[in-house]
Ligand binder design. Structure first.
Ligand SMILES: O=C(O)C(=O)C[C@]1(C(=O)O)C=C[C@@H](O)C=C1
Length: 282
């Protein structure tokens, strides 16, 4: 597609038909510019593609209401130079999919993204306790594989069933009815304009000593800034040290948020500001 100002290129975990693909549509539904979809093979590749300037934006899953954090995304956020410029919530409904004419009694394996297998764990254990489960790069990739092999069933969304010509054998097999994934939009340029209903994401590197988590959370209480999420990941360069992913309400230009930042700077080893963006409703 020709590159003009009215066309934006957006990278996402492909192939077409993933929930990430649906998240791109939702994230840019009011943008007005034409989307040039750029499907890539992994979440790491979404980051690389935008960092290299191949795409203007990237959309990645970051947390799921059933399975929790998407660790690959958190690890990429530690290293990236990109900023978070938006978020969207997508309801995730999983289906068991099979080639038309194929029979479930002949199925030898069920394939999907490991997040999706996790979101259907109880259903799989009660319906197919002995079947081979194989995790692949995305659930649209799982649908593509099932379309090539009658002994493979896929777990994926309706869009993937439609795109790869599969039948829905069982619908709605996720363990929790309100299964929802939160996706982030990434860009090379930071959002600077507060919308009035914003969220900010930071990564904090704290010292591994008594009271350090208390000390880093105390300013949020003092300046009445509401946390929406706190997640921990191992710091890769120091065994048994941790980094904290903190999301909170407000924009980094807000007075209360500035006060939190100035307190935190004195209390922690390092803060990485990932960006402020308009809060989405779940
Ligand atoms: O495989 C997909 O459809 C994806 O977009 C990946 C992904 C994820 O990594 O969380 C996205 C949403 C669902 O939670 C399951 C899988």
């Amino acid at each position: 597609m020709q590159k003009t100002d009215d066309v934006i290129r957006v990278a996402f975990l492909g192939p077409p038909g993933t929930f990430s693909h649906a998240a791109v549509d939702r994230a840019f539904s009011e943008d007005g510019r034409t989307l040039d979809y750029h499907s890539v093979a992994s979440i790491d590749d979404v980051f690389l593609d935008v960092e290299a300037g191949q795409s203007d934006f990237g959309v990645v899953p970051v947390e799921n209401s059933t399975e929790g954090a998407v660790n690959t995304t958190l690890d990429c956020l530690i290293d990236t130079s990109l900023s978070i410029v938006g978020e969207v919530f997508i309801p995730i409904e999983h289906n068991l999919l099979l080639q038309p004419g194929a029979d479930m009694v002949d199925v030898r394996r069920i394939v999907s993204h490991k997040q999706s297998l996790g979101q259907c764990r109880l259903w799989l254990r009660s319906h197919y306790p002995d079947i081979e489960l194989l995790d692949v790069s995305s659930n649209a990739e799982a649908a593509r594989l099932a379309a090539e092999d009658p002994s493979t069933a896929a777990i994926a969304g309706l869009k993937a069933a439609e795109l790869y010509g599969l039948n829905v054998v069982v619908a709605g097999i996720q363990d929790r009815r309100n299964n929802t994934t939160r996706f982030l939009t990434l860009a090379r340029v930071r959002n600077t304009q507060p919308s009035g209903a914003d969220k900010t994401s930071i990564i904090v590197y704290a010292e591994n000593k008594p009271g350090s988590l208390f000390r880093l959370l105390e300013p949020f209480d003092r300046f009445q800034v509401s946390l929406t999420r706190l997640e921990t990941r191992p710091a890769r360069d120091d065994m048994w040290s941790y980094v904290f992913f903190i999301d909170f309400e407000g924009h980094s230009d807000d007075a209360a948020v500035k006060q939190v930042f100035s307190q935190l700077t004195e209390r922690v080893v390092k803060i990485k500001n990932l960006g402020s963006y308009t809060r989405a409703s779940s």
